[in-house]
Design a binder for this molecule. Structure first.
Ligand code: ADP
Ligand code: 5SP
Length: 508
């Protein structure tokens, strides 16, 4: 039997899965690595940790599955997007990579917009605005703050492309992930000569571009020895984790959108043609489906807000989970369900690490508004989940404003495990919410891309055959009407409190 290996290089861990040639997941394994936060708002990782973690993960996966390296017919890579890997001429890492959630580049974003002739010009050239998480501002930051490291740099790549370099010795980047660098002419699927020239970023630093199912290299002997895979195994270009996650749940044609509830939260819609939001409030990126595009709104701390709540304020539930061998999130969501819709007048702003969509603001901050003496932990927990979902609806409203017709939402990521949360999404968004048989999101999408490249079959056809809807939740009209009243108030919070949030952020 032939297997396809999907690798998802996440922020907290790398996950590897083996999928057979009928689309069934045979086995999966995950290995964690550290996240460095040297200053408030900064987020970095060592590329070497990614490679060591990935190699160990593949080795463990092969050994626990009983699949031999020779049976793996192809490899696909998915990865956290936007992170900047700087390499010197000898391919040594110059400094730890700055990640997608790093917020240090506000000044560089302003400079970039000015350098290319304003926000509108940048939007015309790249389909996007300058956001602190994107890659180009990180390069400019390196030049401004670490000139020695900048002068040593000879290659720029994204996290998963560093892993590909270790696997194959080949440079490459897919269009979907490249879209988040702010250096891609997204409409024409090529590096932008204008943007690179205006920002004075050498074109030679940038790798060759591929569609996600193109074979971008073959396994080196050293990597084969390290992982247990076979020398020469083809490695396809793969994609950024959002494009791979969308492919992994079958968002490969017009009319289907997805909501990813991972650490970040993403509302994602497939576009057959290049579409751009007039003010670039949504990201307009190339899709992992060759020749197609997508738009998405990104919330920086979606599941991340819930995780913060769990880590710092759910001491009792953590103890209960440990004692009863249960998932702490299940205990928390069950508690939240006992509070009524709207948490009896309590709202939560989920901007714990600043925000991207619809408020691109590194100084945005979170908060509870409307507390009264009746509020218990159940209310606060429900408010956290509702605030995250209201924030994601903001992105959906931007997508809807373009007139696109959405028939269903496919949810993925850790939060999608909760039926309670899926019903909340259906009620707040007003669409049927479905889950599919593949629950491995980006890793599954990467395996689909590998199968597509190696077997010479369309990504969309493979998704059609391999991915089935297994659960469907319809919006409840009464709940919808109640949530709408709270959402109307939620929308006023950020504009009303913006300057207060900035003052607080400046005090730290
Ligand atoms: N059973 C659950 N119910 C609700 N939310 C959950 C559950 N399990 C995980 N989550 C949420 O999903 C998040 C993790 O999602 P995941 O997709 O694994 O993250 P990542 O983006 O880091 O890969 C957690 O931080 C939590 O907010
Ligand atoms: O920045 C983005 C997308 O633009 C994030 O999707 C990151 O690519 C990683 O998010 P998680 O998968 O860790 O939530």
């Amino acid at each position: 039997m032939a297997y396809f290996l999907g690798i998802d290089l996440g922020t907290s861990a790398v996950k590897c899965i083996l999928v057979d040639d009928q689309g069934t997941v045979k086995s999966s394994h995950s290995v964690e690595y550290p996240l460095l936060q040297p200053q408030p708002g900064w987020a970095e990782q060592h590329p070497e940790d990614w490679w060591q973690g990935t190699a160990a993960c593949i080795q463990a996966l092969l050994s626990k599955s009983g699949v031999t390296g020779q049976e793996v017919a192809g490899i696909g890579l998915s990865g956290q997007m936007h992170g900047s890997v700087f390499l010197d001429r000898e391919l040594q890492v110059v400094r730890p990579a700055l990640l997608w959630c790093d917020q240090r580049t506000a000044a560089e974003c302003d400079w970039i917009e000015e350098a290319v002739g304003g926000r509108e010009a940048l939007g015309r050239l790249t389909g996007n605005k300058a956001l602190t998480g994107f890659t180009a501002p990180k390069v400019v930051w390196l030049r401004n703050h670490e000139p020695e490291n900048y002068s040593r740099t000879a290659h720029l790549m994204l996290p998963k492309d560093y892993v590909r370099l270790q696997l194959t010795g080949a440079f490459g980047m897919d269009m979907a992930d490249a879209s988040g660098t702010l250096l891609l002419d997204v409409a024409n699927r090529r590096w932008s000569p204008v943007v690179t020239e205006r920002l004075n970023i050498p074109m030679e630093w940038l790798p060759p571009l591929y569609e996600s199912n193109d074979v971008a290299g073959h396994l080196l002997p050293a990597a084969a020895e390290r992982t247990g895979l076979a020398v020469g195994t083809p490695v396809v270009a793969g994609g950024g984790d959002q494009a791979c996650g969308a492919v992994g749940v079958g968002v490969v044609r017009q009319g289907i959108a997805s909501v990813a509830l991972g650490t970040s939260g993403v509302v994602f819609v497939h576009d057959d043609t290049y579409q751009v939001d007039p003010e670039c409030r949504l990201h307009s990126f190339c899709h992992g489906v060759p020749g197609k595009w997508h738009r998405m709104g990104v919330m920086l701390a979606a599941g991340g807000s819930f995780q913060w709540w769990k880590n710092h304020l759910a001491f009792e539930e953590l103890q209960q989970a440990e004692a009863e061998g249960r998932d702490v999130y299940e205990i928390l969501t069950a508690k939240a369900e006992t509070a009524p819709i709207g948490s009896e007048g309590l709202l939560f702003m989920p901007y714990l690490t600043g925000e991207r969509t619809p408020h691109p603001d590194p100084k945005a901050r979170g908060g509870f508004i409307g507390l009264n003496l009746r509020h218990s932990k159940a209310h606060l927990t429900r408010a956290v989940m509702e605030g995250i979902t209201f924030g994601l609806r903001d992105s959906m409203e931007l997508i809807e404003a373009s007139g696109i017709e959405i028939k269903e939402l496919r949810v993925n990521g850790g939060g999608a495990r909760s039926l309670f949360w899926r019903q909340m999404i259906a009620d707040i968004f007003g669409y049927p919410v479905v889950t599919v048989n593949s629950t491995d999101g980006p890793a599954y999408g990467a395996a689909v891309m590998a199968a597509s490249g190696v077997l010479g079959q369309d990504i969309s056809d493979l998704c059609e055959r391999w991915i089935q809807v297994v659960d469907r939740v319809e919006p409840n009209p009464d709940s919808q009407a109640l949530y709408q009243q709270y959402y109307d108030v939620y929308k006023t919070l950020y504009p009303t409190l913006k300057s207060t949030l900035h003052q607080l952020s400046d005090l730290v």
